[in-house]
Design a protein around this ligand. Structure first.
Ligand SMILES: Cc1cc2nc3c(=O)[nH]c(=O)nc-3n(C[C@H](O)[C@H](O)[C@H](O)COP(=O)(O)O)c2cc1C
Length: 200
């Protein structure tokens, strides 16, 4: 039995390819670990704000010095981080939107990348604090980035791996449904990606 955190970033619902792929990953994890508990963090609901000065000042100052407004900000960020800390397995649905992750996912990282919580610095440089977790990335895109001429634009998967690697999460599996805008590929890409899911 595992504690699973499912992070969703597509604003689309029924037609969302990344949700379908992410949901399939969750189903396979549940098959492997019956009784697992899934906590959903749908980033398109109750939007995380874009970083403002007060957020940065809160994150970089001791809790004792926080104003009432900063206490609320700090608790909000700590709650997001707790979900990561409490999970054994993290599944992220990430479509490519305009050569990046959706802005909701970027905002999530701005509120979870905090020294003393998800990483720390010591004499050896940065150290991740979320060790022994498994990350699955469910990536979808209109074009193809895992190979071919557009591989240099493969921004999402390396970026998410870098952020989580910084948090100490090094065990990562990636499932890609690519070419969802390319006739001849789009018809079968998602199904092939779903069939490729292996939970290790
Ligand atoms: C606003 C928007 C921007 C997109 N930008 C890109 C892009 O830069 N590169 C790409 O390959 N596909 C792009 N796509 C296609 C999506 O990556 C693809 O449709 C993906 O399946 C969307 O996931 P979703 O259905 O879960 O929202 C874009 C789609 C949308 C709606």
């Amino acid at each position: 039995m595992k504690q699973i955190l499912h992070i969703i970033s597509s604003p689309r619902t029924e037609v969302s390819a990344s949700r379908k792929l992410g949901n399939s990953v969750i189903e396979k994890i549940q098959e492997k670990y019956p009784g697992s508990i899934v906590k959903e963090r749908d980033l398109t609901k109750n939007l995380i704000p874009l970083l403002e000065e007060i957020h940065i000042n809160t994150f970089f100052s001791p809790a004792e010095s926080h104003s009432p407004e900063q206490q609320l900000i700090n608790t909000y960020s700590e709650n997001l981080i707790s979900e990561l800390q409490e999970s054994d397995i993290i599944v992220i649905d990430s479509p490519m939107y305009n050569f990046s992750v959706p802005a909701t996912l970027r905002a999530y990282f701005d509120f979870t990348s905090r020294a003393g919580y998800t990483f720390k610095y010591d004499e050896n440089g940065p150290q991740g604090l979320l060790n022994d977790k498994k990350l699955y990335i469910a990536f979808t895109s209109g074009n193809i980035y895992s190979e071919g001429p557009y591989q240099v634009y493969d921004s999402n998967v390396p970026y998410i791996k870098n952020v989580f690697g910084f948090y100490g999460v090094k065990d990562v599996s990636v499932f890609r449904a690519e070419g969802l805008a390319i006739p001849g590929i789009m018809e079968s890409s998602l199904q092939k990606a779903i069939e490729s899911i292996v939970i290790d």
